[in-house]
Design a protein around this ligand. Structure first.
Ligand code: IVH
Length: 691
């Protein structure tokens, strides 16, 4: 069917309106009303129509946001009104001095300011002719900038056409919108994740990423990076109903025209109100979706602005009040290794002291060994250090061009620098860990709190505060020391009387009667939670057997995979841990060993070569005692296999409570059905015949 060109033009316009509307819902209001798939469908329809009817295509179509072909060089654009700089203030006294100067020049007692966040991005100027986005440029030297129109078109929060009716009044015939292009923190994190996956260089911060993405000769690259725009003012403006008295009214009007403005802007009168605003925004900074590096104060009244005038390219009526810089470059003097409460070894940069984020920083985290390799950090390098808010300072990058001729490579130690136990890095894990869990002073508090916790040894009355005192006063170094505590030592501690000390000692004594599962759990082996501890206790039946098991045999335990198995093996391979366990055992801790060992024999005992060997089993329903996984392991251990569906080839169906259709099928095909006891008997017979 052939469409009539008029109909096509109509549909194209309709599609553009719908797409622009949903673009706004998505990018400006964060409130999409259609799914991405629906949006893509509309988008593809428009693209296709524009291709088939090039006479209706226009650079202002939303399809052009995906990026035009690459340029050789950027051409230049002369700004109609120059893009000025802001004077800076770095402390409160400078802000007060600014307000005083303003008041004195104007001869008034107080001044109203429009106050805004200072975006940490890239200044741009957007030109609209009769409401249509024509050109866009970077700041350049303030008078001439680079033409980045094609790239700016890909930024979805930049309207390609302004709202030309309704509340917005009349649209200016010509308008320069001034504002900032930036990358939201979340989009920055995503971009760096992608860069890392592609093995490409990561960006140091959202500002660099925004600049690198906007100043791309290939707009398709810009289109693939998510950039955002916020307006903060205007340059030249002709015609229309733009307010002309107050700066904040101009911004309100820009919002009506469809331009994005930050929520955090308002007005404030007097220096104290400016400082208050700066403190408030400073407190919100970490939670804002974008990076800011201060606050901006602008005399709100435009006549007053004019009276104040300019001094060397900067207006006297505006001021940027900068937060302390969050990044600084300094020298990496060495790399120490710290051991955390959980035994993780963290490389920490020892730095030549540097003022960053408002404090002097001498140490910064390097996270882990992989991060050091990825950032190619060497001892002796110049590094960029970042301290954002309360976040621990970190080394974000190396200044490669400044690398001196002799630098030293960092090697992760293979022993814990605190306790000397072996330090191990499991395959697939980023962190190297100390294996001396029970013994390592760095992990002491953590290990003891875990040991005494309710689901472990369940020692009442040994809370955070008490454990802290015991450890800090070197009364308790390992869990074994708990069983050597005397009433006098305990009662001497803060907040401890004879009676409460007596209660604690009683609780410690009581904890000596425990179960093997609890004891294993209390050891605090990495990744060995309560369930795994129970599985281990059931399987091995005794502590000695568990301690002797190697990683391979640990893997045979239900629900235990190779990582956990090697954690367990590493733990028991560490001499220091064995010493503590020995001390614990000789303090009188005991558990009913035989109970556990019966289960253990059930699971372990079956060996191939018997009655069940080569047979095919199907499990259905819930067995009274055995977990399905355990039953499967037992069957497999006897040389049989377990499949999921019943067929003529099935030899036995094992049915528990609420069996499914597999049971009916078994009956139908005349396949023997066993219950749990029947299964165990068969497997035992199986063992008997094989041994
Ligand atoms: S007004 C005449 N307002 O700060 C003043 N600038 O040195 C023109 N900036 O790179 C700028 N947030 O891009 C203004 N709310 C804000 C701003 C802001 C960030 C940037 C601007 C320029 C620098 C000014």
């Amino acid at each position: 069917m052939r469409e009539h060109p008029d109909q096509v033009a109509c549909r194209i316009q309709e599609l553009r309106d719908i797409i622009n509307h949903h673009d706004d819902r998505y990018h400006k209001f964060d409130a999409p009303t259609i799914s991405d798939a629906e949006f893509d469908k509309l988008f593809r329809e428009l693209e296709e129509l524009e291709q088939r009817y090039p006479q209706f295509d226009t650079p202002n179509s939303p399809t052009k946001r995906v990026g035009a072909p690459p340029l050789k060089v950027f051409s230049q654009i002369i700004h109609r009104t120059p893009m000025l700089r802001l004077g800076n203030a770095f402390d409160e006294a400078e802000v007060r001095a600014f307000d005083r100067r303003v008041r004195e020049t104007l001869g008034v007692s107080s001044v109203e300011y429009a106050v805004e966040p200072k975006f940490d991005g890239l200044a741009v100027s957007l030109c609209y002719q009769d409401g249509i986005f024509k050109t866009g440029a970077t700041r350049g030297d303030g008078y001439v900038g680079e033409d980045v129109t094609a790239n700016l078109r890909t930024i979805r929060s930049i309207p390609l056409t302004l709202v030309r009716s309704g509340f917005a009044g009349q649209c200016p015939s010509f308008l320069e919108v001034r504002g900032e292009v930036l990358m939201l923190k979340a989009d920055f994190d995503n971009l760096n994740l992608q860069q890392r996956e592609k093995n490409q260089k990561e960006f140091i911060n959202p500002r660099n990423a925004a600049a690198g993405s906007l100043r791309q000769l290939d707009p398709r690259i810009t289109a693939s990076r998510k950039l955002t725009f916020f307006a903060y003012g205007i340059g030249a403006c002709e015609g229309g109903t733009m307010p002309r008295e107050k700066h904040d009214r101009i911004l309100d009007h820009l919002a009506l025209l469809g331009l994005p403005l930050p929520f955090e802007r308002r007005t404030a009168t007097g220096a104290e109100a400016l400082l208050q605003y700066n403190r408030e925004i400073g407190a919100q900074r970490a939670g804002l979706p974008y990076e800011i590096d201060g606050t901006v104060y602008k005399v709100n009244d435009l006549l007053q602005q004019e009276q104040l005038g300019f001094v060397s390219r900067a207006p006297r009526f505006a001021l940027a009040h900068k937060f302390p810089a969050q990044e600084a470059v300094t020298e990496l003097l060495g790399i120490d290794v710290q051991v955390g409460r959980t035994g993780a070894l963290t490389p920490v940069a020892r730095l030549k002291p540097v003022f960053v984020g408002g404090v002097t920083v001498t140490n910064a985290t390097l996270h882990n060994e992989d991060e050091i390799r990825r950032k190619d950090v060497m001892i002796g390098d110049s590094v960029t250090v970042r301290r954002a808010g309360d976040v621990i300072p970190e080394v974000v990058a190396v200044q490669k061009e400044k690398r001196p001729s002799c630098v030293t490579v960092f090697l992760m130690p293979d022993h814990c620098p605190v306790c000397g136990s072996r330090a191990v890095r499991q395959p697939g894990e980023a962190l190297t860990r100390c294996t001396g869990g029970l013994f390592c002073p760095a992990q002491r508090k953590q290990a003891i709190l875990h040991f005494v916790s309710r689901r472990a040894m369940n020692i009442h009355g040994l809370g955070d505060k008490l454990v802290e005192q015991l450890v800090d006063n070197a009364i308790v170094r390992t869990p074994a020391d708990l069983y050597r505590l005397g009433i006098a030592g305990l009662a001497a501690l803060a907040r401890m009387a004879n009676k409460s000390a007596g209660n604690v000692l009683h609780a410690i004594e009581k904890s000596k009667h425990t179960t093997l599962a609890r004891f294993i759990y209390a050891l605090g082996i990495r990744n060995v939670g309560e369930t795994t501890a129970r599985d281990l206790a059931r399987y091995f039946g005794g502590l000695d057997r568990l301690m002797r098991a190697d990683a391979e045999s640990l893997c045979k335990v239900p629900n235990i995979g190779p990582v956990v198995a090697s954690n367990i093996a590493e733990f028991f391979a560490e001499r220091h841990n064995l010493e503590v366990i020995e001390q614990l055992r000789s303090s009188g801790i005991r558990w009913p060993e035989e109970d556990d060992s019966k289960n253990a024999r059930d699971i372990r005992g079956f060996t191939a070569g018997g009655k069940a060997e080569g047979k095919t089993f199907v499990l259905t329903g819930t067995l009274p005692n055995l977990a399905r996984e355990d039953a499967k392991k037992m069957i497999e251990a006897s040389g049989a296999k377990v499949t999921s569906s019943v067929s003529k080839k099935t030899d036995y169906v094992v049915a528990g409570a609420d069996p499914g259709s597999k049971y009916d099928k078994a009956v139908e095909l005349g396949i023997p059905v066993l219950d749990e006891a029947g299964l165990l008997q068969l497997l035992q017979e199986s063992q008997a015949t094989s041994s």
